[in-house]
Design a protein around this ligand. Sequence first.
Ligand SMILES: *Cc1c(COP(=O)(O)O)cnc(C)c1O
Length: 337
Amino acid sequence: MIDLRSDTVTQPTAAMRLAMSRAEVGDDVYGDDPSVNHLQEMAADMFGFESALFTCSGTQANLLALMAHCERGDEYLCGQQAHNYKFEGGGAAVLGSIQPQPLINQIDGSIALTDIEAAIKPDDIHFARTRLLSLENTIGGKVLPQHYLASAQALAFNRGLKIHLDGARVANAAIAQNIAISDITAHFDSVSICLSKGLCAPVGSLLLGDERLINKAIRWRKMLGGGMRQAGVLAAAGTLALTEQVQRLSEDHDNAAYLAQQLSQLSEFTVDLTAVQTNMLFVTLAPEVDIELLVARCRSEGILMSPGRTMRLVTHKDISRKDIDKVIRIIKLHLQS
Ligand SMILES: *Cc1c(COP(=O)(O)O)cnc(C)c1O
């Protein structure tokens, strides 16, 4: 199958499976798993933080960050389109008693600094206590500009807020700009990173922060049922995600740009090429196109897409340039029939 639904569908590499089978393991709740410890130490080092924590998912890493930064009755500022507002089941509110304060995302994915300023609540018993600014990079496949991160960091610092990055795809953001991941993460007090998307690990994310924050997060992770035992079999794959899969992301970006460029030449497709900056494209289909029919035709040819008038297509390791050419060919054939 050529699966364009998401980069979460990537299969672990042969090297990962081998590393998993050979991983030295121990009980990670006791801190005894050498493979988990190695991944955490390596990641903290790579991204410039004191500590790192291996988590079962990106959702868990974000929730732990919110619960470690904020107390009951606090709030975090985030985008209306933020994953940790819109797509995580309201976990911060449900499990953390933390109020989200969503703000409009600009076209480029940023939140206007004036909107952030205006949303910070005064110290007044009527209001939740504004504690944290949470950004996302990439967001909808778009890269937040480095100068914006610097300004947001300065604003947060000046107003006494902490600043978190949902960096599920921060490696894509770094590769797209030809900079180190640490050049991005340097602007944040904490960062979550998914190892199981474009980086191809089967399971797992990381939360990075200072030692105090990570120690709080470890406690919450245990309470949330995320204390894993011989998790080293997973961490071994996660280590290879960081050492072997980051540079390769540029191929996914090239494939997304190529697919976007080809589809934009079809009259039935509208594609904003400037928004295609990493491994994701959004295509809007003309009203005369029967989406269900198109998606069904593609499926019968071994191509998976999530249906919608605007469709998100995602490239990843398990989609080659040849696969992209097939997708273009099948879509053209279908539209002509
Ligand atoms: C996928 C994703 C997450 C959460 O990841 P899971 O591992 O699926 O829980 C968080 N933030 C963003 C931006 C994501 O794309």
